[in-house]
Design a protein around this ligand. Structure first.
Ligand SMILES: Nc1ncnc2c1ncn2[C@@H]1O[C@H](COP(=O)(O)OP(=O)(O)OP(=O)(O)O)[C@@H](O)[C@H]1O
Length: 473
C-alpha cells in the first residue's frame, strides 16, 4: 500500500514537472512564475529538506549576510565547485573565486551535511527592484539541509558562516578612507604608513594608548554586559604639527579599521548627519577634525545670551521676534546632533567604532563636549621631547644614538618644537645623520636665543612660531 502511494506521488510530481516545462514554453511569464511557486510549495510539503534563500539586495544596499556567505563560500568553492568565476574585487588585495550560476557545493558542519547553490535570474524591466533599478539580475544563495537539523543550522551553522565570512573579508580587503560629499560617502584605498612604531611619542603615553585600544577591541562582551554601545570616544588636542592626524592613521592601522573623515561643513543639518553616520560600517574610526572650526560651538552661548555689537546697541531697540534670532535646528548641524551619535540613542547603531575629534584649541570647545563620559579619553599631543625625538631619529636617520644626542636632549628641555618641524630638519640632508642633527641643533639654538631676547623685546619673533621657548607657546 505504502509503495503504491509513493509511486503515485512520484508520477504526479513527474507530471507536474512536465506540465511546468510546457507552461514555460507556451504561457506568459507571470503565469509561469505563479505555477513554479505553487509547485515549489507542493514539493516543500512532501520534502524532508528545508531551503533558506539569501538574496543579494537588502533594500538599497548589498546585504551584509549575502556578502559574508559569498566570502565564506568563495574560500570553499575553489576546491569543490566545477565552474568558478575568478574576480579581483576593487576592495580586495587578492583574487577571489566565486560560484558560477547554478553551481552547487556541499559543506559539513560537525556531522551535518548541507548543500549550497548559487542562482542568478535575469530580471525583466517590470520585475526590477525599485531600490536598485540598474541591476538586471537577481542573485541569491540557497542553503539546503535536512529538517531534523533545523535548530542547529539556525542557531550555530549560519552564525558560524557569517562570522567566518566577515573575518575572511577583513583579512583580505584593502582598508578604505571615506569622506563625505554632501550626503554621500566616497572612498579610496587607505594606505597610510603611520604606525605606533613610527609615531614620535613618549614611551609611557604610547603604551597607555596602545593598551586602551587593545582593551577596547576585545571588549565586545564587556560592553554588552554593562549595557553600553561598543564604541569609544577620543579627543586629540594640541598644537598643529604634533601628530594628531598621524595618530588617527596609526590607530586605524593598529586596529585594522576603516576611516570615515567627516567634513561637518559639508553637512546641511542633523538629519543629513544622521543618515551619513547610519551608513558607516562597523570596525571604523569616525573622525571630525578641528571640531572647534567645523561646528558653530558658540550657538549655545548665543542662545542663552544674545550678544550685540556696539553699533547695534546704539540703535533704538525694535521689538524682536525671538524665534527669528534663534538658530533653526533643522538648517544646521548642532553639537547635540553630533553628541547624539557619540553617546545618545543613535550611538548603538553599529558597533566597534571609535569617534575621534581633534582640535588645536581645547579651550574653545563647548564644556558639553568635555564633560566626563562624553569623550572617553583626552590625549594631549605636544612638542617634541627627547624620547619622541629618538623615534624620529630612528625613522628618518636609522640611528639609535649619536654624539650630538646629549646636546639635543638639553636643548629640547628648554625649547618647544613640534615633531613636524623636527622631522623637517631630519629630512633635509638625506643619508647624512650628522649634518641633519646639526641643522636641528641650529634651529633649536635659534629658538633658545629668541627666548633669551624675548623678554627684552617684549615679544617673540613671529618668523618662527613653531619653535618657541618652553611655556610661551
Ligand atoms: N608625533 C609624531 N610622530 C611622527 N611624525 C609626526 C608627529 N607629529 C607630526 N609628525 C610629522 O609631521 C607631519 C604633520 O603631522 P600631523 O598632520 O599628524 O599633525 P597634526 O597635529 O594633525 O597637525 P594639524 O593640527 O595641523 O592637522 C606628519 O606628516 C608627520 O610626518
Amino acid at each position: 500500500m505504502k509503495m503504491e502511494v509513493w509511486s503515485n506521488l512520484g508520477s504526479i510530481l513527474a507530471t507536474l514537472i512536465f506540465i511546468r516545462s510546457v507552461v514555460r514554453e507556451y504561457f506568459p511569464r507571470e503565469l509561469c512564475d505563479l505555477f513554479s511557486k505553487s509547485l515549489r510549495r507542493l514539493l516543500g510539503m512532501v520534502s524532508s529538506y528545508i531551503s533558506v534563500v539569501i538574496e543579494e539586495n537588502d533594500g538599497m544596499k548589498v546585504s551584509e549576510v549575502y556578502e559574508a556567505v559569498q566570502t565564506y563560500l568563495s574560500a570553499r568553492s575553489s576546491s569543490a565547485a566545477e565552474r568558478l568565476k575568478l574576480k579581483k574585487p576593487k576592495n580586495s588585495r587578492d583574487f577571489t573565486f566565486s560560484m558560477d550560476s547554478n553551481q552547487r557545493i556541499s559543506d559539513k558542519f560537525e556531522d551535518i551535511k548541507v548543500r549550497w547553490a548559487f542562482h542568478s535570474i535575469e530580471l525583466s524591466q517590470k520585475t526590477r527592484s525599485p531600490w536598485n533599478p540598474g541591476s538586471d539580475e537577481k542573485r541569491y544563495y540557497e542553503l539546503k539541509f535536512h529538517k531534523k537539523h533545523k535548530h542547529k543550522i539556525f542557531s550555530e551553522y549560519l552564525p558560524h558562516v557569517i562570522t567566518e565570512g566577515k573575518n575572511l573579508e577583513l583579512r583580505s580587503r584593502n582598508r578604505k578612507i571615506y569622506t563625505n560629499e554632501y550626503r554621500y560617502w566616497t572612498s579610496v584605498v587607505f594606505d597610510h604608513p603611520a604606525t605606533f612604531g613610527t609615531l614620535a611619542l613618549e614611551t609611557e603615553q604610547k603604551q597607555e594608548i596602545l593598551e586602551d585600544l587593545e582593551r577596547f577591541s576585545k571588549a565586545e562582551k564587556y560592553y554588552r554586559q554593562v549595557g553600553r554601545a561598543w564604541k569609544r570616544g577620543y579627543l586629540l588636542y594640541g598644537p598643529p604639527g604634533t601628530g594628531k592626524s598621524s595618530m588617527i592613521a596609526a590607530m586605524a592601522n593598529f586596529l585594522d579599521y576603516d576611516i570615515y573623515d567627516l567634513e561637518l561643513t559639508q553637512v546641511k543639518n542633523n538629519t543629513e548627519l544622521r543618515k551619513l553616520l547610519v551608513a558607516t560600517t562597523n570596525k571604523s574610526i569616525i573622525v571630525i577634525e578641528d571640531i572647534d572650526c567645523s561646528l558653530d560651538l558658540s550657538d549655545r552661548k548665543k542662545k542663552k545670551k544674545p550678544e550685540k555689537d556696539s553699533e547695534e546697541k546704539e540703535k533704538p531697540s525694535e521689538p524682536s521676534k525671538p524665534e527669528e534670532n534663534e538658530p533653526k535646528e533643522d538648517s544646521k548641524v548642532t553639537l547635540s546632533g553630533v553628541l547624539n551619535f557619540t553617546d545618545g540613542l543613535w550611538s548603538c547603531c553599529g558597533s566597534e567604532r571609535l569617534f575621534v575629534f581633534t582640535t588645536n584649541h581645547i579651550d574653545r570647545l563647548d564644556p558639553a563636549l568635555l564633560r566626563s563620559g562624553r569623550m572617553d579619553k583626552h590625549i594631549l599631543l605636544t612638542f617634541c621631547k627627547f624620547g619622541a625625538f629618538k623615534t624620529l631619529a630612528r625613522n628618518y636617520l636609522s640611528i639609535e644614538d649619536h654624539e650630538l644626542f646629549p646636546e639635543i636632549q638639553d636643548l629640547m628641555e628648554a625649547v618647544e618644537m613640534t615633531p613636524a618641524d623636527v622631522a623637517e630638519h631630519l629630512m633635509k640632508t638625506s643619508g647624512n645623520p650628522t649634518s641633519a642633527l646639526q641643522s636641528l641643533i641650529e634651529a633649536l639654538r635659534d629658538a633658545k636665543e629668541r627666548r633669551a631676547t624675548a623678554p627684552l623685546n617684549g615679544s617673540i619673533s613671529e618668523e618662527n612660531t613653531s619653535a618657541t621657548a618652553q611655556g610661551e607657546a
